[in-house]
Design a protein around this ligand. Sequence first.
Ligand code: URA
Length: 200
Amino acid sequence: MSKLEFSTFKCFGCTLKGKKKVWGQGNYKNKVIFIGEAPGANEEKFGKPFIGRSGNLLNIMLGEAGIDRELFYVTNVVKCRPYNNRKPRVNEISWCERLLKLEIAKIKPYLIVTLGSTATNVILPNSKSMKLIVGKINKIKIDSYLYLVFPIYHPSYVLRGGIGSEEYLNLFLSLKKVICGIYLTQYRRLRWLISEICGK
Ligand code: URA
């Protein structure tokens, strides 16, 4: 697993300034990235994104869909754990958004998968409600570079009973089709990866 750390980035104004940062991790060379909201207690303790209950459900869904999480990069909008696991505040999101944009500019992903409304609203500002855009490919220009974005509900929404696990899994099965479609048209040189994920 590789980490992308921007340790020279200075956090001046955010309410979470000085807390431990949980940097994005995983294989970013394969150009698919998953973006969540903010680390929780386990993530803060072990310094890795999505390793608590939400991460467990994410792993299960990816596994069931035949997508190996280790092949991709996972990060969060906000890099520090908000106090009492509350939702990140606007000032926290806007400070950390700059870090996220640095990550995106470095990776130049073929596909950005946003997990939940916090990440979706950052990457697709002015987007309609999650219900209308989940499981669909959206396009957005960031710093004059065009990205494809695939929003999915946050695992915690599913854990709270927002939708059933079968409906959730269907989103991951669609995601796999999208990834394979992109790889087959843009990434043909990585034959092992295509056969690993897409069975071809
Ligand atoms: N863990 C993370 O790393 N991110 C989330 O959004 C939730 C749990």
